[in-house]
Design a protein around this ligand. Sequence first.
Ligand code: 13P
Ligand code: 13P
Ligand code: MG
Ligand code: MG
Length: 364
Amino acid sequence: MKTTVSIIKADIGSVGGHAVTHQALKDKCNENLSKAVEDGLLSDFYITNCGDDIDMIMTHTNGVDNTEVHELAFNTFMEGAEIAKGLKLYGAGQDLLSDTFSGNIKGMGPGSAEMEFEERGADPVFAYCCDKTEPGAFNLPIFKMFADPFNTAGLVIDPKLHGGFEFEVYDVIENKKVTLACPDEMYDLLALIGSTGRYVIKNVYRRSDGEIAATISTDRLNLMAGKYIGKDDPVALVRAQSGFPAGGETTEPFSFPHLVSGWMRGSHNGPLMPVAESDARPVRFDGPPRVLGLGFQVCNAKLVGPIDMFADPAFDEARKTATLAANYMRRHGPFEPHRLPSEEMEYTSLPGVMEKLEGRFEDM
Ligand code: 13P
Ligand code: 13P
Ligand code: MG
Ligand code: MG
């Protein structure tokens, strides 16, 4: 029997502005998912949060896109949002675009990343969860894990990885997708995924046998809703070892806190800081953007672990670099490239200014 790992996540309300979700909301998730385990829908789950986003990491045997699992997640977030409203939390129900579930959670606001596989003798799976950024933030680290031999030694020295990986890339503006194989089409792939706001890696497959290796939530809330409401803070699931990158080859890309968009009002670029679960608390200028990493072993559709991958002094230097980069970027204030280009601005303040000044622009 195959095992499915699903992460379904949403921001349904937070304390301290957009800083951190409330324990009462996580308690509600725990209650509903515990019941789903009793009822046999889920095998196991682990609930965490990165900042204001609750990440429900679930295992089951129902396959991806399962209506009952999606409905459980959606209704749980709906009930949590009611509690959030009662506590007057910030952005209560922020990511929920609809009141009623209609078959699949995609397009309803919450983000999802799911994979189904036949369990190996030992099956390490990593969950990476972000806040204050967008799905394209994973393009660089996922590329490095599965295509960069300077990151992943296994691509060179492990015959099981040597054939390379295929990347399924979504064009989130035109709603199209393309699959490119590495190493052969690496430069074509980079030409696309360097544009992180438009081309987003959705899935990675091992070329030798088509086995799923990684999947990323690509849901872009603002594009769905047609206006800014939240920032699509993404999650990724990555398989490791024995024919996939080693666990440490999946954490290694995050030792470089690359610049991502989504900081402050979804409208600024800043470094992605790798943090322990206890530090997933973006409070400086609502950031800087964060990523946490959890390492599990999947065993008969149950989750063993997790290990908090970035709760390690080896990532202190990355956090220091992120702080330096944050200082440097912050000094630009309202200027690009700290502030996003106007066409990518998430809030409507710029168009508001343009409307106001419209009659005052003259031909030169
Ligand atoms: P695998 O054979 O499981 O990929 O182990 C290699 C390893 O972990 C070296 O760090
Ligand atoms: P979230 O997308 O995490 O809710 O953050 C929104 C924001 O504007 C923070 O400044
Ligand atoms: Mg929020
Ligand atoms: Mg968030």
